[in-house]
Design a protein around this ligand. Structure first.
Ligand SMILES: *Cc1c(COP(=O)(O)O)cnc(C)c1O
Length: 383
């Protein structure tokens, strides 16, 4: 018998309950611009827990990536190697500084950049490699860092999906020269909008503070290191209000609980859909042995575009919202004429066939069973 109808959205931002308490506390300090009480608490939390050398909260991951592009001195003529299967911000930050993006295809069984394809794309103009750990599953970082060292390239980790995930025993975001995280409401821990820049190479620390403070040495001034503050470099306003950090801190205090629940949901989908994968109708994410799973996302790979779209429509008719993801950026209206024309078959396949299932803290066992029932039903009727 068909289960009773439920409405299951794709994402629902989770609130731990302390967010508004901490916001009030921040407001009462009367220091609600950036670098206040909670901004410090959040940065220290990340530095302590993950051993990041230096953390600067930013207004978004997009802004952290723009800071990274400025810090590595991206200029017109530079080439940046990046996956085609990613969000716009991973590459737009570098395009804003005049760079050319050299897209690289995904691995065959994983949307991450195919590290074995990178070396042939390197030219004397290459400045950096952007790596995106898709769904929080690490790219092949040893191989990537060796390549970067050999050719003296910077590595920027777009770690937007990657909070609390690991490459072997190294936290993601601690490996590249710079890393950018997102606390957008669709990620594991959130502040509505928000992000952070992680600086793992000391050369960038001082300048990063300046760029984040509109090109001024305001941070050094408030620490008493300089006796007046002024315009010393280029920059912008990348510093979030302490109110945003207050919200984020409530989330960080509950990070372990959030991660535990997301992993349970991930494992439940995996167990209950395994038989469909076994029969070859769908594929699951492949987790390389060096990669941890932070349960940012549960996705399946359908056999083709038509079947994926029919599954989306079928689930929607049952009030379940499963969604596709990136559209290969080499084919985007903005970049297709600038792309050098190489084909990206794996990225194209993920564009056409990848489907993300609802994933959020408050999904109940009954919700999950409802989603799983209808996926089973779809494949029962379509094979
Ligand atoms: C969410 C996301 C971003 C952008 O994050 P914002 O904080 O919204 O700017 C960048 N890259 C990837 C891979 C993302 O998923």
């Amino acid at each position: 018998m068909e289960p009773e109808k439920r409405h299951i959205g794709f994402n629902k931002p989770y609130l731990t309950g302390k967010e508004t308490d901490y916001i009030l506390e921040s407001v009462k300090t009367r220091k609600i611009s950036g670098d206040g009480l909670f901004t410090k608490k959040c940065s220290e939390y990340f530095e302590r827990r993950y051993g990041f050398k230096k953390v600067l909260l930013t207004t978004s991951c997009t802004d952290a990536l723009e800071m990274a592009a400025i810090l590595i001195e991206t200029k017109p003529g530079d080439e940046i190697i990046a996956p085609a299967y990613t969000f716009v911000s991973s590459v737009n930050a570098f395009v804003l500084r005049g760079a050319k993006i050299v897209f690289c295809d995904s691995e065959k069984d994983n949307p991450n950049i195919d590290v074995n394809e990178i070396e042939k794309l390197i030219t004397p103009k290459t400045k950096a490699i952007v790596v995106v750990h898709y769904a929080g599953i690490s790219a092949d970082m040893d191989k990537l860092m060796k390549l970067a060292e050999k050719y003296r390239l910077f590595v920027v980790e777009d770690a937007a999906h990657s909070i609390d995930s690991y490459y072997n025993d190294k936290p993601l975001g601690s490996i590249g020269h710079l890393a950018a995280f997102s606390f957008h409401e669709t990620k594991n821990v959130i502040s509505g909008e928000g992000g952070m820049l992680v600086i793992n190479d000391d050369r960038f620390s001082k300048r990063a503070e300046i760029i984040r403070e509109k090109g001024t040495n305001r941070s050094a001034f408030f620490r008493g290191e300089v006796d007046k503050y002024g315009w010393v470099d280029i920059g912008s306003s990348f510093l979030p209000s302490d109110i945003i950090a207050a919200f984020l801190y409530a989330q960080l205090e509950n990070l372990d609980d959030i991660q535990k629940r997301r992993r349970e949901i991930w494992d439940y989908y995996y167990e209950k859909l395994k038989h469909i994968e076994k029969s070859g109708l769908i594929k699951f994410p492949v987790l390389p042995e060096y990669a941890a799973n932070n349960a940012h996302m549960f996705y399946i790979i359908c056999r083709n575009l038509d079947e994926r779209n029919r599954l989306i429509e079928f689930l929607k008719s049952k009030s379940v919202y499963a969604v596709f993801h990136y559209l290969s950026l080499d084919k985007s209206p903005y970049y297709r004429d600038k792309h050098d024309g190489r084909s990206m078959p794996n990225s194209d396949r993920f564009t056409d066939c990848l489907l993300r299932l609802p994933m959020y803290y408050e999904l109940s066992r009954e919700d999950l069973d409802y989603v799983i029932y209808h996926i089973n039903k779809f494949y029962g009727e379509n094979t």
